[in-house]
Every structure is written in C-alpha cells, then in structure tokens.
Design a protein around this ligand. Structure first.
Ligand SMILES: Nc1ncnc2c1ncn2[C@@H]1O[C@H](COP(=O)(O)OP(=O)(O)O)[C@@H](O)[C@H]1O
Ligand SMILES: [Mg+2]
Length: 248
C-alpha cells in the first residue's frame, strides 16, 4: 500500500478493510462479519487495480482477476455458469477476487441481442453477493462508470470507495516517488504541478518515467523542471489528440 498515493480518507477506509480482515476471527467471536464486498469507483488510471493488488499484498492473499468482458464474449450464453465456477472457487479458496472493468454488468452499453445474457449475469451476481463466504474472500469490483451499475447491485457492497483525480500534494508525491535515481533539488514544484493538472495518476507516473529515462540517457544525475514539464505536457497533448480522434 505504501506505493499507492491516495487521499487520506481513502487510505483510512482501506486500512479499515485490512484491519477487519486481519481481525476477522475476533469480529466473528463477537457476532460480527468482516466487510469484504468492495466497489472501487473512479476515473481510469487513478489506482483502482493497483489498490486491489496492494490489498491482496497487505493481506498476503492471492489475487484473482476476472475480466467480465472477456468472459462474456468467450462464453456467450454460458457466462452465468462460468461465473458460478468463479464464485464457488471464492468460497473454497480465500483470496482477493477482482472483477475489473465491471461496467459490463450494467448492461446499457451492450448490444440489444446481449440484453438477456447481461440480465442473467446480473442476476447471478446479485445472488452471489448475498451468499455468505466461509472463507472471507474479498470481492472487489472496479469500474470507471458507476452510473451504469444496477441499483440493486450497488446496495450489496459493504463499502463503496471513490478514487479521484490527484490533488496538488498527491501529484508532487507521485512524481517524487518515481524520480529515483535522479536528484531533484532544483525542481520548481509549482510549475510541475501546474503542468500535471487534469492528468491521471497513471499519466503522471508515465511522464515522470519518460523524464527520468531521458536524463539517464543524457548521463545526467539530476532532473530539471523543464524535463518534467515537457513530458507532462506531452501527456496532455496525447490526451487531447486521443479525445479529438474519438469525437470525429
Ligand atoms: N493512486 C496512485 N498512486 C500511485 N500510482 C498510481 C496511482 N494510480 C495509478 N497509478 C499508476 O498508474 C498505473 C495504472 O493504475 P491502475 O491501478 O491500473 O488504474 P485504474 O485501475 O484506476 O484504471 C499503476 O500501475 C501505477 O503505476
Ligand atoms: Mg484498472
């Protein structure tokens, strides 16, 4: 978890999940059930997948990633049965089960002829979320589009965690964390933070990485404000050309 840069209130809630899981026997002795059904919501590149991985790491549990989109297209008409296998596995083998890019279950985006299939998948999920787990496996669903999720499904999560765009402090922290082995004594942070506005955590990591690589190739030991601003601006441009292409 120490590599994940998140808002303090989010860290607190993830820590709480970890604690409930670590002390799950104690909770059960007192007639309480540890929280284990989590929904991660937030823009792309804000650390949802990374946090699920970190959660598994903190708990020393294996991480299983289920990509529903792939499951649905591969086993068209048979997805619910395949999901049942995953659910049964989660009851037998304790782990973190990450349903990544979970928006598919909302159904709105799928072609009309898939609607019946999506209904079955959703119903199967609703049922699964009601079931108790003897193993206390964690179920983490991650989505960029919470508005696509069914309301009945939303109610079944123990916690909904919202990931957000990085704050100014978080931008600086992410850049700093990725600068090694470069020195950054002379960096003007206000300029760097400005250049990183509206970029995701993921884009900031990549831009920083690019800047560090250039400096390494130039056989330098320190990084400048311009190095970072240039790479961050590049990422801004990539984003613009991408959205423009999407619109046309
Ligand atoms: N909150 C964060 N703190 C640090 N690095 C991050 C964060 N969010 C994203 N990253 C970086 O971006 C990469 C992709 O993030 P990811 O977790 O896949 O985003 P999401 O699942 O929300 O789309 C991560 O591997 C990490 O390098
Ligand atoms: Mg992801």
């Amino acid at each position: 978890m120490k590599d994940v840069v998140l808002a303090p209130k989010l860290v607190e809630r993830i820590d709480d999940v970890v604690l409930q899981q670590r002390k799950r026997e104690w909770l059960r002795e007192h007639g309480r059930v540890p929280g284990r059904r989590l929904l991660f919501v937030g823009p792309p590149g804000s650390g949802k997948t990374m946090s699920a991985e970190a959660l598994a790491g903190e708990l020393h549990l294996p991480l299983y990633v289920i990509r529903l989109e792939g499951l649905i297209t591969r086993f068209m008409g048979d997805t619910a049965a395949k999901l049942r296998l995953v659910f049964d596995e989660s009851a037998k083998r304790r782990g973190v089960y990450l349903f990544d890019e979970f928006d598919a279950v909302g159904g709105h985006r799928t072609a009309p002829n898939d609607v019946a299939e999506m209904r079955r998948v959703l119903n199967s999920f609703l049922q699964f979320m009601e079931e108790d787990s003897a193993t206390d496996s964690l179920i983490v669903c991650a989505t960029n589009h919470p508005e696509l999720l069914d309301r009945a499904l939303l109610r079944r999560y123990d916690q909904v965690l919202e990931f957000e765009a990085p704050s100014r402090e978080q931008i600086r922290e992410i850049v700093t964390n990725h600068l090694r082995p470069m020195k950054a004594a002379r960096v003007v942070w206000t300029k760097v933070v400005e250049a990183a506005q509206h970029l995701s955590q993921s884009e900031i990591v990549r831009a920083t990485d690019d800047a560090v690589k250039s400096a390494i190739l130039a056989e330098r030991k320190s990084i400048s404000t311009d190095d970072l601003v240039k790479r961050l601006t590049e990422r801004q441009d990539m984003r613009v050309s991408f959205t423009e292409r999407r619109i046309t």
